[in-house]
Design a protein around this ligand. Structure first.
Ligand code: A3P
Length: 345
């Protein structure tokens, strides 16, 4: 009898203990979310509030995994009104470069309490069909945010698309533009790897990188190959400079963002006139992934999808040397224009 009572007591204690731990975890998450709900620090006046005309029941971005009440479809008009939520045009855009680390940069900036990311690539300025839908269409693609926050979107195709600089200029001539670059040959191989994966998935045949990057007739670098052209950063940047002064651009070192993200993010915070809020606590190295992952609080953390950080195919060293030699003068020009020098070969 006594033994039975002891077992019952132990079971009760176990249930109570579990409940206490559960509540504690919930409270920590709530405190984290409430902290995020406060406008922490009104930023630079240029990031002031916008009008709050209509309140569609679109998804509030699922930021930090904690704003449950505003999750897609769950937000009521009342909640949106109560929290003064608005859909704002971006104050900064990550315009490229494809495979430079654009997703990692966007996700990491989103750690900042004053930044709200547009999760999807919107392709408003580079896609004629989308562009024809008008600026209100674009704005309604943006996540809900507090008026003091800034919205950031990324569409890497913007950097290389002819019409985009003029279109963005027409929307906001003082917008801040972020470009994340990697060593050009590595970026080109990463670009190839992504396309290759798509082709393999569809069971399509595809050429080796060497065959695409080098013109078989001349044995020179094939400048018609898109992955090569995209890596000639200076050529694209020069088109942008017809519309925006260089001060409106910030160049992010995509190679350093992989190995040492915090200092790169701090430079971006400065460029965006944001108070420094992203800390080492928010970034932890995940040995299994081989990359830094994001920590929002003790409960919520995440790594980027597996499609980021693919294993590159081995490329003939003579082709790599040729490509590096080819990119060299363009890189020099890029350093000169941007004032940011990299240790690219
Ligand atoms: P690889 O797949 O070649 O390694 P984008 O988002 O512009 O497509 O860039 C993808 C690249 O982001 C990846 O290229 C990867 O190296 C890089 N990257 C930078 N930081 C990362 C991170 N924390 N997690 C995963 N990938 C990261």
């Amino acid at each position: 009898m006594l033994f039975k009572q002891q077992v019952l007591l132990r079971q009760k204690l176990f249930v109570l203990g579990s409940l206490a731990i559960g509540s504690l975890l919930y409270l920590v998450a709530r405190v984290g979310s409430l902290d995020r709900l406060q406008p922490l620090c009104p930023i630079d006046g240029r990031f002031g509030p916008r009008g709050q005309d209509e309140i569609p029941l679109r998804a509030l971005q699922f930021k930090r995994g904690l704003l449950h009440e505003f999750r897609k479809g769950n937000a009521t008009k009342e909640q949106i009104r109560l929290h003064n939520l608005v859909q704002q045009l971006p104050k900064a855009i990550i315009i490229g470069v494809r495979k430079g680390g654009t997703r990692a940069l966007l996700e990491m900036l989103n750690l900042h309490p004053s930044v709200v990311k547009a999760s999807q690539e919107i392709h408003f300025f580079d896609n004629d069909e989308n562009y024809a839908k008008g600026i209100e269409w674009y704005r309604k693609k943006m996540p809900f945010s507090y008026p003091h926050q800034i919205t950031i979107e990324k569409s890497p195709a913007y950097f290389i698309t002819e019409e985009v600089p003029e279109r963005i200029y027409k929307m906001n001539s003082s917008i801040k533009l972020l470009i994340i670059v990697r060593e050009p040959t590595t970026r080109a191989i990463s670009d190839y790897t992504q396309v290759l994966e798509g082709k393999e998935r569809k069971n399509k045949t595809y050429y080796k990188f060497e065959k695409l990057a080098i013109d078989p007739n001349t044995c020179e670098v094939n400048t018609k190959y898109k992955a090569v052209r995209t890596s000639i950063y200076t050529k694209h940047l020069e088109r942008w400079l017809k519309y925006f002064p260089i001060e409106q651009f910030h160049i992010v070192d995509g190679d350093r963002l992989i190995t040492e993200p915090l200092p790169e993010l701090q430079l971006v915070e400065k460029f965006l006139n944001l108070p420094p809020r992203i800390s080492q606590y928010n970034l932890y190295f995940n040995a299994t992934r081989g990359f830094y992952c994001l920590r929002f609080n003790i409960v919520f953390n995440k790594c980027l999808a597996g499609s980021k950080g693919r294993i590159h195919p081995e490329v003939d060293t003579s082709v790599i040397t040729k490509l590096r030699k080819f990119f060299h003068p363009f890189n020099q020009k890029f350093y000169q224009i941007t004032g940011r020098t990299f240790n690219w070969p």
